[in-house]
Design a protein around this ligand. Sequence first.
Ligand SMILES: [Zn+2]
Length: 220
Amino acid sequence: MNARAVAPLARRMALCCRQLAAHGLIAGRDGNLSVRIGRERVLVTPSGYIKSLVTAADMVEVDLTGTPRRAGRRKPTSELDLHLQILRRRGDVHAVVHAHPPIATGFAVAGEEIPGNLLPELIFVVGRVPLVPYGTPGTPELGERVAPYLEGHDALLLANHGAVTMGRSLDEAWIRMESLEHAARIIVAARVIGQPQPLDARAVRRLEALRALARQETDA
Ligand SMILES: [Zn+2]
């Protein structure tokens, strides 16, 4: 991907950072993004920046080992290892979003998975969301914890920490993060109002089949 093709992606990443902050899915310097821009090249958000203020020019290019491709004052995100673990292991994933969405993270703090049999949108757009055991943020331990859960999942809850979503594009990973939090809000609302009523197993299987079909069609 040449510089002219990378520039709009960097702008989209900056927009995504601002929107995650505006929607309360991150606070201050929280959260980070990565987007694949070549076989060995990845664009990531910078470390230590307030995400509401980050611009396209602040993004940092690294290779799949995490080595910066250009000398500069900006350092890559402190969660670089988490992003690279995912991008190295999942060739189909082109973008990763890590955020701290408050209600979804509430499930992760309570040690509870988000139920996968309540909302069609969650099943179809996000899929099953396993809860990954705690690993210290900003250390390779977090990437190691995540690795066994990558196969077959496009979203993960990180115990006592936050969430990670993946996609074949930044928009897809971003949509999954928003949908995950939206579903978590609805489920909590349902618990406050009364007893959530699960979809029957046949309806869940049908939605899972539609999700698998949609993935195959866009893969082709
Ligand atoms: Zn985090």
